[in-house]
Design a protein around this ligand. Structure first.
Ligand SMILES: [Zn+2]
Length: 224
């Protein structure tokens, strides 16, 4: 009996803790409500969840010129910035278009369940978000052109890496930051955060998670 308790104690104290964003089978652990008062700086990830019914109040369709997706809505400010970015890219002979933007909670349920069916839960967690945890529900995220890893080698992706921050967009899931973001590299997924935050994030090569940590330590949050 003594041995059993000793074993239990050893297990409790010495088993390696799960990373915070690790899946538990039923959901994520250490989940907080996403702070919608942060406006375009809102953080939604495996640890920050949107309410089921959350739907931004100012969603508008992206100009058809720059859209080929069924899910073509973005928040007003993000849509305008996206169109401006596409116009500027076109002037450099780079054709950008929306493939998938705002997604409701209901759509995300289907996508996640589909991903689990195709690839199994563990794999699906690396590229598909659980409902409430998808940035696409914020109306501030956009998948551009292609959702294949090879997009990362295209001239369109190179253009985005160089210019997106000037329009307020950041590459949300960079290659070397998978442990922080919780997702595999996605060269097509861009997130609108506003020009000043995007420039800071781009210049310092950090993620939105790291940016929030930095601004959280400051007394006031820079421009939203
Ligand atoms: Zn995406």
């Amino acid at each position: 009996m003594k041995g059993f308790f000793l074993c239990l104690l050893i297990q409790v104290f010495f088993s390696s803790p799960e990373p915070v964003s690790q899946n538990h089978g039923k959901g994520y652990i250490d989940v907080a409500q996403a702070d919608t008062s942060l406006g375009v700086l809102i953080l939604v990830n495996k640890n920050h969840k949107l309410a089921e019914a959350y739907r931004p109040h100012d969603l508008i369709p992206i100009d058809n010129k720059y859209n080929r997706g069924v899910m073509n809505l973005l928040r007003k400010q993000a849509a305008a910035a996206f169109e401006e970015m596409c116009r500027s890219a076109a002037a450099d002979n780079i054709i950008l278009w929306n493939r998938s933007a705002y997604r409701s909670d209901t759509v995300q349920v289907e996508l996640f369940e589909n991903a689990v069916m195709r690839r199994g839960l563990k794999d699906a967690e690396q590229f598909s978000a659980r409902p409430g945890h998808s940035e696409h529900q914020t109306g501030l995220a956009v998948d551009i052109n292609s959702v294949h890893q090879s997009f990362g080698n295209s001239e369109e992706a190179a253009w985005l890496r160089k210019h997106a921050h000037l329009f307020g967009f950041i590459k949300r899931y960079p290659k070397t930051k998978e442990k922080i973001t919780g997702y595999h590299y996605e060269p097509w997924h861009y997130r609108y955060v506003g020009v000043s935050a995007a420039k800071y994030i781009h210049k310092n090569q950090i993620t939105l998670e790291e940016y929030h940590e930095i601004i959280g330590k400051q007394t006031s949050i820079p421009s939203r």
